[in-house]
Design a protein around this ligand. Structure first.
Ligand SMILES: NC(=O)c1ccc[n+]([C@@H]2O[C@H](COP(=O)([O-])OP(=O)(O)OC[C@H]3O[C@@H](n4cnc5c(N)ncnc54)[C@H](OP(=O)(O)O)[C@@H]3O)[C@@H](O)[C@H]2O)c1
Length: 179
């Protein structure tokens, strides 16, 4: 019995050491004043942004808060949808319900190696320190809103990609090793 336990423990340690680690990517669109939404909605309609979101996340996992899920109203197609809620009664077709972010990350390991953390404010706040990459759409205007992206500590992030458009930019950051 002890031997079996040792084998399981060793296997777990090897798995942690050698398997590629899960990449946690925050994907968000924010205005100059860091607004991401107002009254449950996003105030801009940028079709290039929607297309980019779809292109990046297709076939991958997406994690979102219950409020964001409800504002979309249905699971995102061709993606594994994990919805975080503390409400044990919450249910929905085509989604995986998780009682915590830790549970969502743990469950994700079964489905893939890239998770897109897709909002909203509460979820971004709790995951910005865990994320490996930020895929941001910087909307070049000030807007009124009630939901915000958390403060970004630029000492911890390196810009690795930028594509400027007239009214917005796509900007990617990766976490600086050790930060
Ligand atoms: N611009 C963008 O890129 C973007 C992207 C996504 C969303 N948004 C906007 O963001 C706004 C929504 O953000 P929000 O902060 O109000 O809501 P949210 O983050 O989408 O969802 C919040 C809910 O998630 C659940 N939750 C949060 N932390 C949890 C935890 N640790 N464990 C278990 N459950 C947890 C709770 O659900 P229960 O109450 O059910 O327990 C909580 O009420 C909307 O305006 C939306 O349009 C913008």
């Amino acid at each position: 019995m002890q031997k079996l336990r040792d084998i399981i423990l060793t296997f777990g340690m090897l798995k942690q050491k050698w398997l590629p680690k899960m990449e946690k990517i925050i994907i968000a669109a924010l205005s100059n004043n860091t607004v991401i939404g107002n009254k449950g909605k996003i105030q801009w309609h940028i079709s290039e942004d929607l297309k980019r979101f779809r292109r990046l996340t297709l076939g991958k996992l997406v994690i979102m808060g219950r409020k964001t899920y409800e504002s979309i109203g249905k699971p995102l197609d061709k993606r594994v949808n994990l919805v975080v809620t503390r409400n044990r009664e919450f249910s929905g077709k085509g989604i995986i319900i998780c009682q915590s972010i830790e549970e969502a990350l743990e469950k994700s390991e079964k489905y893939g190696k890239k998770i897109y953390i897709s909002g909203g404010e509460e979820i971004y706040k709790q995951t910005i320190d865990l994320a490996d990459r930020l895929e941001l759409t910087r909307v070049n205007r000030e807007v009124e809103g009630d939901s915000f992206f958390p403060q970004i500590d630029y000492n911890k992030w390196r810009e690795i990609f930028r594509e400027n458009h007239k009214d917005f930019s796509f900007v990617s950051y990766e976490r600086i090793v050790g930060k």
